[in-house]
Ligand binder design. Structure first.
Ligand code: SF4
Length: 392
């Protein structure tokens, strides 16, 4: 058993106020659509220019202001003088041997490193093929979950709205290039360009500890004239910050909520997730009932299986009793071992027995083998490797 880091569980909610860095030239991605319109008017441009600019940035995902050919040259020049477009510099990019998962490490203007993952899924009879971007919301994380590489790094700062959205734009460019290559090969038509279909806030950091910026980013991703990612294709994952879950219930967003639960009782959960000392399991589940009642949305529970830690049949039955009566689905994830962590991966047979324990209580579940094991696609693991390689 790994000794929990010294991080106080109190540090979670206070992370909302973590400082944000400022760039030399402000990123245009930091602005909402309304704000962009008022900036255009200040620059002496017509209102419709803001719509053109918005589409160039988020729909066409232009790589530079120069490339925005619908805008006049003088307008592009004034944008170049006042704003930056991309706030991310790619440090590394790796793709798994089976080609399904790519992971980018991005350097921010203050040398912070964050990770973004693109996962490609084939159609499986129930669902069409899709591309999911897994994005980061903080540089590091204060919450100190002992099985998580990011949690072992500590929190450095919240990401800005622009830094969160820029990750999806980068993944969209990659996805579009792949779509276009398939068109050239005759494997799809231009009418079938797909791009990124889903976004999950499951990368580095606790999204609800950066609540305001994450909500603003979701509204940008969801805009029909831009990236147009449907709310039901967006998932926010949290370790269980109860006040923010209750706040989210009132946002009237149709997004998915995923709770990283990982244990059915306080004694087990507190061993790996210090946040549990602040918001114990019963309080968290009460908040989930409120959320489900208000939003009518099913809640997803993420349960990382840690060998001989939380993967017994008895623990599955306890989890079944805990979630009984809640509209939910459990994703069982055999852990991606980290270098410092002392946990081993639960084998598939044990995972299936666990699943049968949940079934006794009518709780639906899926065993999800993590993608990208060979490229350190677990949370925070690529940054860990890069710090070694780059000396960053
Ligand atoms: S699992 Fe999530 S909340 Fe826990 S330490 Fe890692 S990034 Fe933070």
């Amino acid at each position: 058993m790994t000794t929990p880091p010294s991080t106080s569980p109190d540090s979670g909610p206070t992370a909302v106020d973590a400082p944000e860095a400022t760039a030399a030239l402000p990123s245009i991605l930091e602005h909402s659509r309304d704000k962009l319109t008022s900036i255009m008017l200040e620059l002496g441009e017509k209102k419709f220019r803001a719509d053109q600019l918005w589409r160039s940035i988020y729909h066409e995902t232009a790589e530079s202001f120069e490339d925005m050919s619908t805008l006049s040259k003088p307008f592009r020049k004034s944008l170049i003088e006042k704003y930056s477009l991309s706030s991310l510099e790619q440090a590394t990019f790796v793709t798994s041997a089976d080609g399904t998962t790519s992971k980018a490490l991005y350097k921010l203007h203050d040398d912070e490193l964050i990770e973004t993952v693109l996962m490609r899924y084939e159609a499986d009879g129930h669902r069409r093929n899709r591309k999911t971007a897994c994005i980061s919301t903080q540089a590091g994380c204060a919450l100190g979950c002992t099985f998580c590489a990011t949690g072992q790094q500590g929190l450095r700062r919240n990401l800005t709205v622009g830094e969160i959205v820029a990750q999806v734009i980068e993944m969209q460019r990659i996805a579009h290039r792949e779509d276009e290559a398939q068109v050239a090969e005759g494997k799809r038509t231009t009418g079938e360009l797909q791009g990124v279909t889903n976004v999950v806030f499951m990368g580095m950091g606790e999204p609800l500890a950066n609540y305001r910026n994450v909500m603003s980013a979701i509204r940008v991703l969801n805009d029909g004239q831009g990236l147009n990612i449907g709310a039901r294709h967006i998932t926010v994952s949290t370790v269980g910050l109860v006040p923010q879950i209750l706040q989210l219930a009132d946002e009237e967003l149709q997004i998915n909520l995923a709770i990283s639960l990982h244990a059915p009782d306080n004694a087990t959960r507190s061993q790996t997730m210090p946040i549990n000392q602040r918001y114990p399991v019963q309080e968290l589940i009460r908040a989930c009932h409120t959320y489900a009642d208000k939003t009518k949305r099913r809640i997803f529970f993420e349960y990382v299986l840690l060998k001989e830690q939380n993967d017994s049949l008895e623990q599955a039955q306890k989890l079944g009793r805990l979630l009984n009566g809640l509209h939910c689905h459990v994703n069982l994830i055999p852990v991606n071992p980290t270098k410092e962590g002392s946990f081993e991966r639960t084998d598939l047979a044990t995972a299936k027995v666990f699943q049968s324990g949940l079934k006794q209580y009518g709780i639906p579940s899926t065993v999800r083998m993590e993608k990208g094991i060979d490229i350190n696609a677990g949370c925070g693991q690529l940054r860990e490797r890069a710090v070694e390689i780059l000396g960053a």
